[in-house]
Design a protein around this ligand. Structure first.
Ligand SMILES: [Zn+2]
Length: 258
């Protein structure tokens, strides 16, 4: 029998919550006066819509930060879901070939059609606006979301302690730096970062230290870099402080398709 589990709910303030899916991924719920946004839905073995429903009665808008399974796998609990369709091939891989998707299908769950989300789009939740920014690097279709009222940036896998740029769908270190530079003019618009695997809020130092480490890596300061193994990928990791953070990158430089 297929059994769904319940995420841990962690309040950030009186209208933003983290939904930690037992460290598989962390989804966020942001409620305005008229609508609420669910950001990511984890791997698919929790009913994220039901969890959000336990916190708000408002209409729910589901937005995916990118197309990896651990962020969009639970989209089946929604009738529609937004995503930058540059990541559609990744999402379709989950829908058509993952073991979890097959189990969900056998139990009558269906994924919704994805709706494309544009760079600069603003969702009006009623007294609270959420702005979409394309943030290519971890994947080509990664987006981040800015809530200027709460001064919160939702970063998915775009800004976090261990940045993964080593996967086939990842772009170059330079592409990630370009995305980080896009945020510079908005530097004073947020002071809290909630990423797609966090159990608590982070401050601006997460952005600042990762940005510095990326520039250090691009400058060729790789003497302390180490091998990094994940599945069959051969890659390297660039460690930086605090707390032994790292940027994982491809051993061979690649040309971006963007
Ligand atoms: Zn990811």
């Amino acid at each position: 029998m297929f059994r769904l589990r319940k995420p841990n709910i962690i309040p950030v303030n009186d209208h933003i919550w983290l939904m930690d899916d037992h460290k598989a991924a962390t989804c966020c719920l942001v409620a305005g006066h008229e609508a609420a946004m669910v950001i990511d839905t984890s791997i698919g073995v929790s009913n994220i819509r039901e969890t959000a429903r336990s916190l708000t009665d408002l209409p729910l808008i589901c937005v995916n930060t990118h197309g990896h399974r651990d962020h969009m796998g639970g989209n089946w609990s929604f009738d529609r879901a937004y995503m930058n369709l540059a990541d559609l091939p990744l999402a379709e891989r989950t829908i058509h070939s993952s073991e979890i998707a097959e189990e969900l299908k056998q139990n009558g769950f269906r994924y919704p059609a994805f709706e494309h989300i544009e760079d600069g789009h603003v969702f009006d939740l009623g007294g609270l606006e959420i702005e979409v920014m394309y943030f290519p690097g971890h994947t080509a279709g990664e987006i981040i979301l800015l809530d200027r009222t709460d001064r919160v940036l939702f970063t998915g896998d775009g800004i976090l302690e261990h940045l993964w740029l080593q996967m086939p769908e990842s772009l170059s270190v330079r592409a990630q730096i370009n995305s980080m530079e896009k945020l510079l003019p908005l530097r004073d618009s947020f002071d809290t970062i909630l990423h797609g695997h966090c159990q608590q809020p982070f401050g601006m130092e997460l952005y600042d230290t990762m940005f510095a480490a990326l520039r250090d890596l691009e400058a060729g300061n790789t003497a302390d870099d180490i091998d990094y193994e994940w599945r069959t990928f051969v890659s390297r990791a660039h460690p930086y402080q605090p707390n032994d953070r790292r940027i994982v990158y491809k051993e061979q430089p690649v040309c971006d398709t963007l």
